[in-house]
Design a protein around this ligand. Structure first.
Ligand code: SAM
Length: 262
């Protein structure tokens, strides 16, 4: 089997990025540092071939047919240790890691992610102390959620978790025609520059309660789990009006709320 005869597998989210301008945009947007690159889902190696030119790459690919193609295509880089390929499900590697490290050295995640598990992968990378920056392609709506600012209807747990660890911005919007086969939805590349690791799980549990019914008031959502009298006191202290909706409260206030009600 070679890359011209490969049939894309829907179950693995295989939409191969063919647009050279987008590939270059990803390479140009990479943070300038000495970190290793982790690529999840190198596919046919269209992005990989540019990545290995600038840095050493540790890749994770679940599809054994693609692994065989990649091993041939990047034989030279494998021999010189510029490229190392792990064949298997990346989520299993994270699951079996005791300390939550995907690899044991600082890395930047650069990838056109499989969309069906993109959110899960990004949350794992945010929690992984070895991951320093995340530059990934996902479906546009997911990218917008991670990069959302307070006040936008789409601002929710993903935006707050991201702002709790660093800064995020959309680098490029990408139409379906950039891929082979084209997906049904628009995509986007975005960059998260981490300044610290993902906030603790109890804080994220509070966010889950805060956004149970996103269009209801924050007070209504939170009082389903936390004591109402305490909430009234804390809302007053933080100058939060009682009719405020969950997407209208900024990340700093969510942390203050958490510290005062837990
Ligand atoms: N990077 C290539 C590109 O840009 O053309 C392919 C991107 S394609 C959207 C997603 C890739 O992730 C596919 O190669 C797919 O086989 C791989 N993949 C899907 N699920 C995976 C998993 N659980 N672990 C590792 N790779 C996975």
């Amino acid at each position: 089997m070679n890359s011209n005869t490969v049939m894309p597998k829907k179950k693995f989210g295989q939409n191969f990025l063919k647009d050279e301008a987008v590939l270059h945009k990803i390479i140009q947007s990479m943070p300038n540092n000495a970190n290793k690159i982790v690529e999840i889902g190198p596919g046919l190696g269209d992005l990989t071939k540019y990545l290995v030119d600038v840095k050493s790459v540790e890749a994770f690919e679940v599809d054994t047919d693609l692994c065989k193609i990649l091993q041939k295509k990047f034989k030279k880089e494998i021999d010189t240790k510029q490229f190392h390929l792990n064949c298997g499900d990346v989520l299993n590697v994270w699951k079996s890691s005791l300390d939550g490290h995907l690899i044991d050295e600082p890395y930047d995640l650069v990838a056109n992610l499989p969309y069906y598990i993109a959110t899960n992968i990004i949350l794992k990378a945010l929690a992984d102390p070895m991951c320093k920056n995340i530059l990934v392609m996902t479906q546009l709506e997911v990218a917008e959620k991670f990069c959302a600012e307070v006040g936008k209807k789409i601002f929710g747990s993903l935006g707050i978790i991201t702002q709790s660890v660093g800064k995020a911005r959309i680098v490029a919007q990408v139409p379906p025609t950039a891929f082979e086969p084209p997906p049904k939805i628009d995509s986007a590349v975005f960059l998260i520059q981490k300044e610290k690791d993902r906030s603790d799980r109890d804080f994220e549990n509070m966010l889950r309660v805060a956004f149970t019914q996103p269009r209801k008031t924050l007070m209504k959502n939170l009082s389903s789990k936390y004591e109402k009298a305490k909430l009234l006191e804390v809302f007053e202290e933080l100058n939060l009006i009682l009719t405020i909706r969950p997407h209208q409260v900024n990340t700093k206030d969510y942390h203050q709320l958490y510290n005062k009600i837990i």
